[in-house]
Unconditional design. Structure first.
Length: 382
């Protein structure tokens, strides 16, 4: 097996225990043994969502979870306000259109977070808006949006606030009930530190009123049917036994450690990355950087596509590049998943070495010492 380091914002590196659990012999999903695992997962997921509402574990990638939030609440010709600040915002807007929504696009420059006052005035002028869509963290630009402030504004209107928190939920605090979020989705291969293949969703009481009246066509993601199945201790269709067993471990592990501590660890990786990158002349792309993923601007003399390729082929360090007009200009480093600090350190040395091969002249020993100091300061300060 390779010794490569995977620092992408999904998929993420797995906890060694999760790797073992994924290889366990199969059990049937209609067994008391599995019922216990499903119940435990659904109960513990509520703690991550910070909600008393039921949380659902769907066998689909994150995009399926986004679709589930939409099709259970959106009716054809409903007005939808989509906050778009990157690739994933664009995806949700397009999805809402494909299900018959009349989508009003609020474009935010890439790398910036939305101004809640703008949303307030749009909602005041357009009282017929039924649904507002936003990413908690727009992964394509590593930017976090002010979800709490937005929730406060939207919850005063009749509109539902649906939040794609696929690179936020489980990585930093998202308080569904307290902030009054109406629909929330997380993804398995991001902050939940699992393989790709599951998404987790929940709806507020305000959303459930709309769900019961919803006329949109749906089958696989019919959440009322899923709820009925969950009440019987089952999932609507065959359960994803493999990932749910691993999820049960991950949730128990995080909750045992404490959510605050878990969030702090992820934040520490972001802080470390920000500090050491600045020593390497790499500046932050986002004006509102997320703690779950960091986007770094590459010097203009560097061809970012080639650079990322070299990092992967020569140094076995896998990070993401930019998409669309950011192609070749940024590197995106994920902070979710299982990342021991020695791997952070090694990644820095790899980055520095490759920068030097591309015409820079960093003192590698000095960088190595700084990196060690930062890790000591940042990871032992609480
Ligand atoms: C990864 C991601 C998605 C899509 O998830 P898939 O699992 O690839 O379907 C959606 N939104 C955000 C913010 C993401 O980071």
């Amino acid at each position: 097996m390779s010794n490569s380091i995977l620092l992408t914002p999904g998929p993420v590196q797995l906890h060694p225990e999760v790797e073992k659990i994924l290889g366990l012999p199969m059990i049937h999903h209609r067994t008391p043994q599995f019922d216990e695992i499903l119940n435990s997962c659904l109960k513990n997921l509520k703690k991550i969502f910070c909600t008393t509402q039921p949380v659902f574990a769907l066998t689909s990638t994150g995009t399926g979870g986004m679709e589930c939030l939409l099709i259970n609440t959106l009716n054809k010709d409903d007005q939808v306000l989509a906050i778009i600040s990157g690739k994933f915002g664009e995806r949700w807007a397009t999805m809402a259109e494909s299900f018959g929504g009349q989508v009003l696009r609020h474009n935010v420059p890439w790398g910036e977070s939305v101004n809640p006052k703008d949303i307030e005035s749009i909602l005041n002028k357009n009282p017929e808006i039924k649904i507002v869509l936003c990413q908690a963290c727009e992964t394509s630009t590593a930017t976090s949006h002010p979800i709490e402030e937005l929730s406060k504004i939207i919850s005063k209107t009749s509109a539902l606030f649906l939040v794609d928190a696929i690179t936020a939920l489980g990585a930093y605090p998202i308080m569904m009930d307290e902030w009054k979020i109406d629909g929330l989705v997380g993804g398995s291969q991001k902050a939940f530190m699992l393989p790709t293949g599951m998404s987790f969703v929940s709806f507020s009481e305000k959303a459930w009123v709309q769900i019961k009246k919803n006329k949109n066509t749906k089958f696989y993601f019919n959440i009322e049917n899923e709820y009925a199945a969950n009440k019987k201790g089952e999932t609507l269709f065959s359960s994803n036994v493999t990932i749910l067993r691993a999820l049960d471990f991950v949730l128990k592990d995080i909750l045992k450690k404490g959510l605050d501590k878990h969030f702090q660890e992820i934040k520490n990786r972001a802080l470390y990355t920000q500090r050491i990158s600045s020593d390497l002349g790499l500046t932050l792309y986002s004006k509102s950087p997320s703690t779950s993923v960091t986007a770094l601007k590459l010097p203009t003399t560097i061809d970012g596509v080639k650079f990322r390729d070299q990092l992967e082929k020569k140094y076995s360090l896998i990070v993401m590049g930019g998409q669309d007009h950011l192609k070749g200009q940024i590197l995106r480093l994920g902070h979710m998943g299982y990342i021991p600090t020695n791997q952070l350190h090694e990644s820095t040395l790899k980055l520095a070495a490759l920068l030097n091969e591309n015409g820079f002249n960093f003192n590698l020993e000095a960088i190595e010492n700084k990196s060690k100091d930062y890790i000591k300061e940042i990871f032992t300060c609480q």
